[in-house]
Write a new protein. Structure first.
Length: 371
């Protein structure tokens, strides 16, 4: 029994020695490195830049109050369509007590004056019929009577404006009814019934009753770094990607490049604007974030190769041209390169369509070799 155990232990030790020897032997053997290969093909190259920004209406109008008072009624809500001249809200005038007192006093004085002038006019009319007074004196009396009536009407209208913000003849078209100045979509109604509003004046911007915009005419507004803005020109096509609409793409055309930059985080940024083509039935909301892709440079139907397979040394470029696919034998060859899109690069000369070039070692073999 002891002999059997001894032989088993010796056998296990021998097997362990053999396995260790085989493992160490294989580890010392050089490993064959397998490289990626890339074929020279014809294709198109585009150098693009991406500009972040937002989409907003070209024309966004703030409808202001023309008189001071309190909001009595609101006829529209944000999101509704509205036509030019359509009512948005009604303002109730809160008269200033001093102005009201002065207006009432002016009406009373105009009434007293008219009463007096009317009596004079009646008397002069009777005297003129009897040819007691001249035509000139009668005309003067008649003019004074008409002036007194006009003064009373003016004073009455002024009192109505002070009390109600509008004359009796112009209640429907007066300033108490705030109307839209354009046709479009109401973006915002920042007031509520009962809010006080200020009128537009020399020292006041006035209270905004509503913001209205034409949502069919949209602009992309973004900022671009000074290093690339010089490559832009008006009329360039853009692809607009709106993230809030599931990365839907829209066509746009660059129509404005700011002549003056603004500094942001140490870099000079220039504002750009592009007209967005909105398909019928599609609604883009104001303020959506968007990315604009602009093609700065393009090459069509040229020889292209993966840029990773090109070795750049200063102004020179080289590739490892495979001369034998089975053995992966290569020849270092100088090439002339052109435009790159970051993935592929243009081959101007040195290679032909269909040539195969050696690239980087494949990931798994490169990792094993590094060990």
């Amino acid at each position: 029994m002891k002999k059997l155990t001894k032989w088993i232990v010796l056998l296990l030790v021998a097997v362990g020695v053999i396995v260790t020897f085989v493992f160490l032997y294989k580890r010392q053997q050089p490993k064959q490195i397998v490289y990626e290969t890339h074929r020279v093909e014809r294709g198109n190259l585009e150098k693009r830049t991406i500009v972040t920004g937002k989409v907003e209406p070209r024309d966004e109008v703030a409808i202001k109050a023309q008189i001071q008072g309190i909001v009595a009624e609101i006829y529209k809500e944000a999101g509704e369509e509205i036509n030019k001249g359509e009512a948005i809200a009604k303002i109730k005038v809160v008269p200033d007590m001093q102005s009201l007192s002065n207006a009432e006093s002016r009406v009373r004085l105009a009434e007293y004056n008219l009463k007096n002038v009317r009596e004079v006019f009646k008397r002069d009319s009777a005297l003129f019929e009897k040819q007691v007074i001249s035509r000139e004196e009668f005309d003067k009396s008649s003019l004074q009577y008409m002036q007194a009536k006009e003064e009373l009407q003016t004073a009455t209208d002024n009192l109505s404006i002070v009390k109600e913000g509008v004359t009796a003849k112009a209640k429907e078209s007066g300033n108490t009814i705030v109307r839209s100045t354009i046709t479009g979509t109401i973006l915002e109604v920042p007031i509520k019934v009962g809010n006080s509003v200020m009128s537009v004046g020399t020292f006041s911007e006035g209270t905004t009753i509503a913001t209205v915009a034409d949502m069919s005419d949209m602009l992309f507004v973004g900022k671009m770094d000074e290093t690339e803005v010089g490559k832009l020109y008006e009329g360039m096509p853009m692809d607009l990607i709106v993230g809030a609409m599931n990365d839907r793409k829209f066509k746009a055309k660059l129509e404005y490049i700011s002549p003056k930059g603004t500094e942001s985080n140490g870099a000079m940024m220039f504002e750009i604007k592009g007209a967005v083509t909105v398909p019928e039935g599609v609604r883009i909301r104001s303020g959506y974030s968007a990315n604009a892709e602009i093609v700065l440079k393009a090459r069509r139907n040229v020889l292209t190769l993966a840029e990773a397979a090109v070795e750049l040394q200063g102004d020179s470029a080289y590739v490892q041209l495979i001369t034998n696919e089975e053995t992966q034998a290569t020849e270092r060859k100088a090439v002339k390169v052109g435009m790159s899109d970051g993935i592929n690069i243009e081959i101007v000369s040195g290679l032909d369509e269909g040539d195969i070039v050696r690239g980087n070692p494949k990931t798994d073999n490169a990792f094993a070799n590094a060990k």
